[in-house]
Design a protein around this ligand. Structure first.
Ligand code: TXA
Ligand code: MG
Length: 333
């Protein structure tokens, strides 16, 4: 497939459009669809050629494996081996913004390319009616990374997807803005349960269900180290500078300097920015997560050279918000 030569259709996510999207997937095409976290770019998990087109459309490194999206835990058990911890987490958080990394079952039907050759697999059951209806209509696992070009901010609306992938994918199902706004949390249940990526489920909630503290991924990413996704991946997509707007990002800002755009949080916002958007005027972390990527995109589109970001608490969903902000601020490769 030559890039930028497809006609990308944008359809409201009606029953008919979902049925059409399932046909496109079955024919090896690429469909962007809403989940409760961010929009995903879906392909037939079992079709290696479709998965190759997906990597090309995103300009994604081929060694970075994809999450298989399924309709329920029974379908997930056909792809992966569940231990006790995995069963408990699935029961507590699915459908929902948690991805489990588990030993991969042979014959599960997910192509090697989608798993980047690993003997583990990432699976999740999304909590969005359009995503679940699409998986059901297609009748098998759908692999889907976030529907942005590799290295760009994840899309939380159909318009964001179109801005990044117009001409590179077949169809976008428009289901409105996503509710959670940051990607799923990722927990590996291979060996001791390990926290691979903070996201839409808070670490504290996962630890409460497990009854133990999560292990940390090792080695932890170092500041300014853009190379943590190369050879032996744990969460290989966790490139340090991953969520990059064009503007420079200045963290922990308590004032806005000349010409800067300001990403604010909470009721007390300093004056003087060229443009200000508030993640949550009432200081609510769930609301802030939902607004994070769309506010970053809008401030970036203002053309400001720097986006100053006010401090956001690190508890609950604040861990994922701070993680994405730190990546956006990291030096670019
Ligand atoms: O909320 C989400 O998770 C969204 C929606 C669309 O579901 N998806 C998403 O996918 O964020 P993506 O591809 O942008 O991020 C998936 C992460 C990557 O960091 C990837 O390296 C990691 O999951 N991953 C996938 N398979 C893995 C595996 N077997 N072991 C460790 N990490 C894995
Ligand atoms: Mg992504």
């Amino acid at each position: 497939m030559a890039l930028d030569t497809l006609t990308t259709r944008l359809l409201p996510a009606s029953t008919a459009a979902i049925a059409e999207a399932a046909r496109v997937l079955a024919a090896g095409g690429l469909v962007a669809f809403p989940t409760e976290t961010v929009y995903g770019l879906g392909a037939d998990a079992g079709n290696g050629e479709a998965v190759a087109r997906l990597y090309a459309a995103k300009a994604r490194p081929v060694f970075n494996p994809l999450i298989a999206h399924v309709g329920d835990v029974a379908a997930a058990r056909r792809l992966a081996q569940f231990n006790d911890a995995a069963e408990r987490l699935a029961a507590a958080f699915w459908p929902g913004p948690l991805t489990l990394v588990l030993p991969r079952r042979t014959g599960g039907g997910v192509s090697d390319l989608a798993c980047a050759g690993l003997d583990s697999i990432a699976v999740r059951v999304p909590a969005h009616p359009v995503a679940l209806a699409l998986i059901s209509a297609f009748g098998g696992p759908v692999v889907a990374p976030s529907a942005n070009r590799s290295g760009h901010v994840s899309p939380t609306s159909a318009a964001h997807v179109l801005a990044d992938l117009d001409g590179r994918i077949d169809l976008i199902l428009d289901g409105g803005a996503t509710a959670v706004g940051v990607e799923s949390s990722i927990v590996s249940c291979i060996g001791a349960p390990t926290w691979l990526r903070p996201g839409g489920v808070a670490r504290e909630a996962v630890e409460r269900v497990l009854g133990t503290a999560l292990a940390e991924r090792h080695p932890a990413p170092r500041d300014g180290d853009a190379g943590d996704d190369a050879e032996a991946p744990l969460a290989p997509g966790m490139l340090q500078s991953h969520y990059a707007p064009a503007a420079r990002i200045r963290l922990d800002a308590t004032a806005a300097c000349n010409g800067e755009a300001l990403l604010a949080f909470g009721p007390d916002v300093p004056a003087g920015a060229a443009m200000t958007l508030n993640l949550s005027p009432r200081g609510d972390l769930t609301e802030a997560a939902a607004n994070l990527f769309s506010h970053l995109r809008a401030l970036d589109a203002s053309g400001a050279a720097t986006i100053a970001v006010m401090p956001v608490p690190r508890t609950g969903l604040g861990e994922a918000i701070n993680d994405r902000l730190a990546r956006a601020a990291a030096p670019r490769p």
